[in-house]
Design a protein around this ligand. Structure first.
Ligand SMILES: Nc1ncnc2c1ncn2[C@@H]1O[C@H](COP(=O)(O)OP(=O)(O)OP(=O)(O)O)[C@@H](O)[C@H]1O
Length: 255
């Protein structure tokens, strides 16, 4: 088995005349935390949207565990074990916290329509399992006391944790986090870093991360790709990227 989980090659995305992503290539290994950083407008979100099936790339290849996924819609991409969170948390805000976790498992419960309508034992068993898994994730994220609260009424930090739980409950192999530290206070950011470490260790999940918070990126990533103007300018270990003159120039601009 190859140690590469996600392989992106020659990924290009044009919006009209604008080349937002230009021949981008990178690999994410199993159990790796891989971050994409770069100044505003560098193309990070566009890469994410292409990988996650939200945009159809203009050209290029995206392989998940050796299978092509480029151009597939997001629900098909999710079936390959690749799920994501959003820059602005997206939950079913009028459903309860628990209901959000039950809905997320819907695609995995495959008992069919008839057993569901007749409430056959196979259906009840899968419902019980879904409830139990939801309970486990509520405990894991420390949000069980809010199980019956509307998701939209949770504190922002808890909404983020719920959104990550909603991804993890589908047992992904690659978790994509789009600016997960945005809007969090310093304590919540530290907890997020611990959470990402723990998810990777305990659930064999690789993480693809876009983040502007450098302390989180440097603390949690195994490797970092830096983008500027739609292109990667370097990929390396946090300690290498931090001191790379091209990276410093991309962030600070020319003197
Ligand atoms: N749907 C779209 N239609 C047209 N242009 C777009 C679209 N999405 C992104 N762009 C453009 O593509 C370029 C790359 O944007 P992108 O959002 O991927 O950058 P980013 O690195 O994620 O930036 P940020 O850090 O600000 O989120 C920008 O010039 C942006 O204006």
């Amino acid at each position: 088995m190859s140690d590469v989980l996600l392989e992106v090659s020659e990924l290009t995305m044009r919006f009209g005349g604008l080349l937002a992503v230009d021949q981008v290539a990178f690999q994410v290994k199993r159990d790796e935390v891989f971050a994409i950083i770069g100044p505003n407008g560098a193309g990070k979100t566009t890469v994410f949207n292409c990988v996650g099936g939200f945009y159809k790339p203009s050209s290029g290849n995206i392989m998940m565990d050796g299978r092509p996924i480029s151009g597939l819609p997001s629900h098909k991409v999710a079936q390959q074990g690749l799920v994501r969170t959003f820059q602005n948390v997206r939950l079913f805000k009028n459903l309860t916290v628990l209901e959000n976790l039950l809905v997320a498992q819907h695609t995995r419960i495959q008992t069919g329509l008839l057993p569901g309508l007749l409430k056959l034992p196979s259906y009840r068993k899968s419902e019980d399992d879904a409830l139990q898994r939801a309970g486990e994730w509520l405990d894991f994220m420390g949000i069980r006391e809010y199980a019956n609260r509307e998701a939209g009424n949770l504190a922002y930090g808890h909404q983020r944790r719920l959104e990550i739980a909603r991804c993890m409950i589908t047992k992904p192999r690659l978790l994509m986090l789009d600016e997960p530290a945005a809007g969090l206070n310093p304590q919540e950011k530290r907890e997020l870093q611990q959470l990402i470490d723990q998810l990777r260790r305990e659930f064999d999940v690789a993480v693809l991360l876009i983040e502007h918070d450098m302390s989180l990126v440097m603390g949690v990533s195994d490797r970092i790709m830096v983008m500027e103007n739609g292109r990667p300018i370097t990929t390396g270990l946090p300690a290498e990227v931090r001191v790379d003159p091209r990276v410093i120039k991309a962030y600070l601009g020319e003197e």
